[in-house]
Design a protein around this ligand. Structure first.
Ligand SMILES: [Ca+2]
Ligand SMILES: [Ca+2]
Ligand SMILES: [Ca+2]
Length: 266
């Protein structure tokens, strides 16, 4: 069977992915007990009843209706200061997925200024998603630092010779806004934290989203991650995740550790 996996056309990098990709790549079933230790909880995504303004603030009443989950699985912890709390929320409507990250942070730090650069070394919100209810070897990734520098890509996890490939030429349209309480890149003072609000249109997933259309009851696989860097001169950062990482240490992209979210009408 001839497979067309990814085709970029024009400057916008319009993505087309054939359904063959889903059928042909190896799949970890969410119910495969050999691969999944315990059942991952399903995040229930409430509907946004009114328009959401992407301003980094939770002023809209809809956010009060969103399920709140802590990013409570920490790794790469060095000092107690590295264990800072984060909360994750998500909503949806007919056009968009909305994300909200709310993070305590005593030291706001972000150095990357280059689009598609190493934002993940900074204070950074990360979201990995694939519009199917299974952990396949491919996902879409969004990693935005607190100065709103974007790194977006498609991951092909351990795709060839056990190597993982990041296709950074994927540059979808979406909105993101961060609000910082404190001073960025000043180690001398004590900051309060940051928030980040996203609207990712379903069109960012191109025709892939037709596999499991957003509607009540539909489930997609995902992971939410926060990177926490606390020193301007040291690239060390701690990491916290919504779902646990416990097979390949430090690899937040391992797809069989993703959880699921479910679109609801609530
Ligand atoms: Ca808002
Ligand atoms: Ca990109
Ligand atoms: Ca920090």
């Amino acid at each position: 069977m001839k497979q067309k996996i990814i085709n970029y056309s024009g400057l916008k990098g319009i993505l087309t992915i054939s359904i063959c990709l889903v059928a042909s790549l190896p799949v970890f079933s969410q119910t495969d007990k050999q691969l999944v230790i315990g059942e991952q909880p399903v995040y229930k995504v409430s509907r946004a009843r009114e328009s959401i303004t992407i301003d980094g603030r939770m002023d809209e009443p809809g956010w009060k209706n969103a399920e709140v989950q802590p990013l409570s699985y920490f790794f790469r912890l060095d000092k107690p200061v590295d264990r800072q709390n984060s909360k994750f929320r998500m909503l949806w409507d007919d056009e968009n997925l909305y994300l909200f990250y709310e993070c305590e942070d005593t030291s706001l730090t972000a150095r990357e200024t280059k689009f598609d650069g190493r934002t993940y070394i900074d204070d950074c919100a990360e979201f990995f998603v694939v519009p199917v209810p299974d952990s396949i070897y491919m996902h879409f990734g969004f990693e935005i630092n607190i100065t709103e520098v974007r790194y977006d890509y498609i991951v092909l996890w351990r795709y060839y010779n056990n190597r993982t490939f990041f296709i950074s030429g994927y540059n979808p349209e979406y909105k993101v806004k961060a609000v910082c309480e404190g001073t960025i890149n000043n180690d001398k003072d004590k900051d309060k934290g940051w928030t980040m609000e996203f609207a990712i249109p379903f069109t960012a997933f191109s025709n892939f989203q037709n596999v499991t259309r957003p509607k009540p009851g539909a489930r997609w696989a995902f992971q939410a991650v926060r990177q926490d860097r606390n020193s301007v001169d040291d690239r060390f950062r701690s990491t916290s995740t919504l779902y646990p990482i416990y097979v390949y240490r430090l690899d937040v992209h391992q797809p069989n550790r993703f959880g699921l979210f479910e679109f609801t009408d609530n």
